[in-house]
Design a protein around this ligand. Structure first.
Ligand code: GTP
Ligand code: IMP
Ligand code: MG
Length: 337
């Protein structure tokens, strides 16, 4: 029985979606459940030629044998959710907690027009900040108040804890990243909630004593979208020269690119209680590593980078992503069991 939490160690978009999907295929969880803020997240999952961008459904949906859940703490936009359920064909195996708070059209309008949110913070305009405010004010609607959601409602903490009691594997999927945590990030340029492992457990009603593994996902070249400090940022010209250009899954904004940040990695690993780390984008450190599936296929440049990163993080790097596609990964978790 393992309860594994997967979270981001940079500013979001580390490639958690891909790591979750891989871990799900390897560990065969009976439940993959989401924590995090809400539909401001955009997880990309690439299987073969097919590319999916999900905002509400857990990105582990590509593993067909798990039930998919959205934890109590997560904000739900019913329109986004229903559209994803249709497009991904996950009806019958997706559920949400009856107490999830609801994003309404008015929240989205406010997020897009409020100057502080849209201009200063650079929010995603998905209504999350205003909806979390209304939840704190205790005026937000909950999922149980929305008749169209009735068929999907469950008690997520009960489902997850029961699965763990039965000795089943559960994956808790985080969204966003350490640097945009409301508590630990670069306030006020942050999202409307904490983004660390403890929050992901709390979002799903899982107590700290039940968590076995915290996998923190770092990006070899971290990215940031929206406003706020980014100490290792490089110019977009330089980023393009080394072959990196990324656009946000939700907003389409160009992501700012930076170099590896040792200090941030160490601090994020500490606050998350990192037991293992995943590094994505090793193919950007050395393009000859693209698609590698064995550690021995990595170049000296890549291995040197990983050695330094591991020292910074203070926990073993057990997952190394070598490209965007699901199968492009080196998984050495078994060596550390
Ligand atoms: P949030 O929950 O929004 O923080 O997103 P996320 O962590 O799931 O990441 P997202 O999918 O938004 O961004 C990661 C991007 O990197 C996607 O375009 C992935 O397809 C891509 N990606 C993931 N792993 C790798 C990798 O190892 N190499 C390369 N080149 N791209 C990768
Ligand atoms: P909000 O969460 O929409 O209020 O946005 C607040 C800040 O967090 C902005 O800088 C966003 O760009 C950033 N942000 C929110 N969600 C994500 C995400 O999933 N990935 C990356 N950045 C995010
Ligand atoms: Mg994203």
């Amino acid at each position: 029985m393992t309860c594994t939490i997967i979270v981001g160690g940079n500013f979001g978009d580390e490639g958690k979606g891909k790591i979750v999907s891989h871990v799900a295929h390897q560990d065969c969880p009976t439940i993959i459940t989401r924590g995090g803020v809400g539909p401001n997240a955009g997880h990309t999952v690439m299987v073969g030629e097919k590319k999916f961008g999900v905002r509400m459904c857990p990105s582990g949906f590509v593993y067909p044998d798990a039930r998919l859940m959205i934890g109590t703490g997560v904000l739900v936009d019913p329109r986004v959710l229903k559209q994803e359920i249709d497009v991904l064909g996950v009806k019958g195996r997706i559920f949400l907690d009856n107490r999830c708070a609801i994003i309404e059209e008015s929240h989205i309008q406010e997020d897009k027009t409020n100057t502080h949110l849209s201009k200063k913070v650079g929010s995603t305009g998905t209504g999350c900040g205003p909806a979390n405010r209304d939840r704190a004010m205790r005026v937000a609607k909950l999922a149980r108040d929305i008749p169209e959601l009735n068929e999907y409602l469950v008690d997520v903490p009960r489902e997850v804890n029961t699965a763990l009691d039965k000795g089943e594997n559960v994956v808790i999927e985080g969204t966003q990243g350490f640097g945009i945590s409301l508590y630990f990030g670069s306030y006020p340029y942050v999202t409307s909630k904490d983004t660390c492992a403890a929050q992901m457990a709390a979002d799903n009603g899982v107590g700290p004593t039940r968590v076995d593994d915290v996998i923190v996902v770092f990006k070899a070249f971290p990215t940031r979208v929206g406003e706020g400090p980014f100490s290792t940022e490089m110019t977009s010209k330089l980023a393009h020269e080394i072959g990196i250009q990324e656009f946000g899954t939700v907003t389409g904004r160009e992501r700012r690119i930076g170099n590896w940040d040792s200090e941030m990695a160490r601090y994020a690993a500490m606050v998350n209680g990192c037991t293992q780390a995943a590094i994505t984008g090793i193919d950007h450190v050395d393009p000859t590593c693209f698609g590698a599936t064995e550690f021995s296929q990595l170049s000296k440049t890549a291995k040197d980078f990983l050695k330094q990163a591991e020292e910074d993080i203070g926990a073993p790097i057990t997952l190394i992503s070598t490209g965007p596609e699901l199968s492009q990964i080196i998984d050495i978790r078994a060596e550390y069991e």
